[in-house]
Design a protein around this ligand. Structure first.
Ligand code: GLU
Length: 498
């Protein structure tokens, strides 16, 4: 068998370390078996997908050393590899599903579905579609379609019994059919949902082994129904354990940075990151801890993946990185340092800002040092020196964090707008709002311009520094406790929009 695996990221934000983690295992498995590793962009969520995010994901995966045989940038015989360019393929396949009864049109309105959800929540029942349109006769359904009534296509799910599935890592997994939702496959606008597009593409792209995160295991019954309805042989499935925070909760950006761009910016080496991610769920027969991507691929045995919740611990990652750095020759280290940030391109962005503030050449490096740091150094009380009260500052930092995450793109104008809007909505002058942000971002009350600094640092490092500031305030007894934070977040959405 010619092994073919894939990574199928959705381009809806910064490149996630979880994507590199899953990609790594797919890559290692395919390469170990002399097969192909494919990259497919799953941009079915039209509202949230962006080309900028897609590009950042491709760049980040290349940065960690991964290469794919087929993908939207490299092309290949079974493309296009971007789902938004395959809409007609999904529509055609959805007709097959309706024709053989595996899918049915559903005319329920958004109001009815919202009512249903409310009732189900109030009764503490299983949420999900109640199957009302599943019993419409074919004649009635086609009459309503011809009359132009808006509808989606849903998957027909057996009412009783259970789905018995095989997971390559777990063995047999059973899920009762009544826990499986009548999934929408095709939306009213004719675009597919993840489930339809994913199954159709895995088949058409001849994927033999689907290796993905365990959050998808509950979707497998739906996928298997689709394979069956199309009369296709499903690939083998392997669901990898999810990365976790040190407190064992699911890895989340609230507790750990999850963007590859942050780690890149902080000066983690790509080979250290990939080594660490590999080690989290994989053990070599000889228990070695340090290996390259190629070594992992050469030795790879999928059965050696551990199912315990792998804990992503930044300090351990840093220790790995330290070892990689210390083993380099000074010349190599210098060259890595240049590629990372100490290069002409970087200085040419900084020098124009620094120039008016220089008295001596020796002023430049101290003035710009924070742009090369991970965590800018400042006195514990510095954040409060601007006069904003600690509890209030926690709120402002949180708002900034959410607004920065939400911003469509990361430009000077965009950043200016974020802080202008916060000042306006919080009834503050920009001059009052910005001092603590100067400290949080640059480490000093007087520094290079703060918006330009955020631009140069990038969105993910900016977020990290806001997080550092929150941690600093937390250690001084200023923090929003969990329930208060939830409430505050709700108010924030009411005020700033979703
Ligand atoms: N687009 C999905 C994701 O972002 C892919 C899941 C899968 O591999 O089936 O995780």
């Amino acid at each position: 068998m010619n092994v073919r695996t894939r990574i199928a990221p959705s381009p809806t934000g910064s490149p996630h370390i979880g994507t590199a983690y899953i990609a790594l295992f797919n890559y290692a498995f395919a390469k170990h078996h002399g097969g192909e590793f494919i990259l497919r962009i799953e941009d079915t969520d039209q509202a949230r997908s962006t080309r900028a995010s897609e590009q950042a994901i491709l760049d980040a995966l290349k940065w960690v050393g991964l290469r794919w045989d087929e993908g939207p940038d490299t092309g290949g015989p079974l493309g296009p590899y971007r789902q938004s360019e395959r809409t007609s393929i999904y529509q055609e396949h959805s007709r097959t599903l309706v024709a053989n009864g595996a899918a049915y049109p559903c005319f329920c309105t958004a109001e009815r579905l919202a009512d249903l959800r409310r009732t189900q929540a109030a009764q503490g029942g299983q949420p999900g579609y109640d199957g009302r349109c599943a019993t419409l006769s074919a004649g009635e359904a086609s009459k309503r379609i011809q009359a132009g009534e808006e509808h989606v296509l849903r998957l027909r799910v057996p009412a009783e019994g259970e789905c018995v599935m095989q997971d390559g890592l777990r063995g047999e997994v059973r899920i009762p059919w009544n826990k499986v939702d009548h999934q929408v496959l095709l939306k009213a606008d004719g675009f597919p949902t993840y489930h339809l597009a994913n199954v159709v593409d895995d088949h058409l792209m001849k994927i033999t082994h689907v290796i993905r995160g365990e959050e998808w295991i509950n979707s497998l019954p739906k996928h298997l129904l689709l394979y069956q309805a199309f009369g296709w042989t499903p690939p083998e499935f392997f669901h990898l354990p999810l990365l976790r925070n040190p407190d064992k909760s699911k890895l989340s950006k609230r507790k750990n940075p999850v963007s590859i761009l942050y780690y890149q910016r902080a000066g983690i080496l790509p080979e250290a990151l990939i080594n660490y991610l590999g080690l989290l769920a994989y053990s070599f027969e000889d228990d070695r801890e340090h290996f390259t991507l190629d070594e992992m691929a050469a030795a790879f045995d999928i059965k050696r993946i551990g199912l315990g919740g792998p804990i992503f611990d930044i300090q351990k990652l840093q220790a790995f990185n330290a070892r990689h750095l210390r083993e380099m020759s000074p010349t190599e280290l210098l060259s890595r340092f240049k590629t990372w940030g100490l290069n002409e391109q970087a200085w040419l962005r900084i020098i124009p800002m620094a120039q008016p503030r220089l008295n001596q050449l020796s002023d430049l490096v101290p003035l710009a040092a924070y742009l090369f740091a991970d965590r800018p150094a400042y006195a514990p009380t510095a954040l409060l020196a601007g006069g904003v009260d600690g509890a209030r500052l926690v709120q402002l930092l949180r708002i900034a964090q959410w607004e920065v995450e939400k911003a469509a793109d990361w430009t000077f104008e965009g950043i200016k707008q974020i802080f202008g809007q916060i000042a306006e909505k919080e009834n503050m002058k920009l001059k009052q709002l910005l001092p603590p942000f100067f400290i949080a971002i640059t480490g000093a009350a007087v520094s290079l311009p703060v918006f330009d600094s955020m631009l140069i640092l990038g969105r993910d490092m900016t977020l990290r520094r806001i997080q550092y500031a929150l941690e600093n305030l937390d250690s001084q007894g200023f923090a929003l406790k969990k329930d208060k934070l939830k409430e505050f977040e709700k108010d924030y959405h009411a005020k700033y929009g979703l």
